[in-house]
Design a protein around this ligand. Sequence first.
Ligand SMILES: CC(C)(COP(=O)(O)OP(=O)(O)OC[C@H]1O[C@@H](n2cnc3c(N)ncnc32)[C@H](O)[C@@H]1OP(=O)(O)O)[C@@H](O)C(=O)NCCC(=O)NCCS
Length: 203
Amino acid sequence: MTAVRLRPEQPSDVPAIRRLLAAAFAHSDNRVPAEVRLVDALRVDDAWIPELSIVAEVGGEILGYALLSRVRVDPAGFPALCLGPVAVRPDRQRAGYGSDVVQAALSAATELGERLVVLLGSPAYYRRFGFFPAARLGLTSPWSGLGDPWQALLLPASAGDAAAPSTAAGTAGSPAGAAGPPAEDAPVPPSGEVTFPGPWSLV
Ligand SMILES: CC(C)(COP(=O)(O)OP(=O)(O)OC[C@H]1O[C@@H](n2cnc3c(N)ncnc32)[C@H](O)[C@@H]1OP(=O)(O)O)[C@@H](O)C(=O)NCCC(=O)NCCS
């Protein structure tokens, strides 16, 4: 089996990422999926973090993609990340590329000292990475009404974060996809409303 290379996107990857998103989220009426427009809009927004737009490249082809971009928990203004979209080329799904690219994105976020990731998605899929219902952290969003698909993950403190402020243990999640132990000594994010930047109004 050809090795998978997990890496941040490069400018030359943009057309292939668009094609991948268009295929993974395709509509029967051929309309451009909102996820294509969302990623294009986030790429030129302050929410974009270049290191956290991750591709899975196999044999020179981009087969998987995962994006973490900036959101915040208000009123505290606590910085968090939203995971999504996540996509694997339809003819290569269920071969582990989705898991690979999500775990690579979460590990990169941990390395950057990030603490909290939220998403809207299938609990059956995302619980394998340690996500749990965001309501357990008192986190709300326009998606709260959908219940358990509104999810959160606490990232562990990275090695470079030894001086980070210590608070009560964050035990609600076990971030299987991120490097290091659970977030025992990481600050617990405040409860509140997660605010999404403008591009998210496209979805
Ligand atoms: C969802 C997606 C990213 C998963 O990537 P993948 O490479 O196919 O998945 P993996 O090989 O890493 O994992 C396979 C497992 O995920 C499960 N899975 C795949 N898609 C799923 C879904 N939509 N809901 C629940 N579980 C799903 C499979 O049943 C399998 O479970 P198992 O390990 O218990 O057998 C991919 O199927 C995809 O691009 N789907 C279309 C776009 C989409 O819906 N993206 C998610 C938006 S939040």
